[in-house]
Design a protein around this ligand. Sequence first.
Ligand SMILES: [Zn+2]
Ligand SMILES: [Zn+2]
Length: 117
Amino acid sequence: MSIKLKLARARLLEREGQQIPADTPEIAAEYFRGFKTPGGLTDREIEARKRTIVLLPTTFKGSDEICNCCLDGYKAGQNIIFAKCGHKYHLDCFNDFVKNWRACALCRKDMATGKNL
Ligand SMILES: [Zn+2]
Ligand SMILES: [Zn+2]
């Protein structure tokens, strides 16, 4: 499992109220790196991102790609949204994620500006 997948899993565990696995210092370091940027995106920044929302058509067959927030794939009928860095998320996942985070779960760039944090 890649560091990114482990990190995403740690986030999921925390969201479910479970303890983050502490046996892997590199994961802990990566996890807490995001907290250098307290708070998430502003309402205005979120509004700007909402212009990128795409509704996946009913004919969408799915792909190998996963949302780096929930680790699930993309399915027909779901809304996806693009962070400024170019990475995409489920709309619901994005809305939840950016309440507390500015850093993209995949590339760690600022999700509103696309710049390095
Ligand atoms: Zn998702
Ligand atoms: Zn990114």
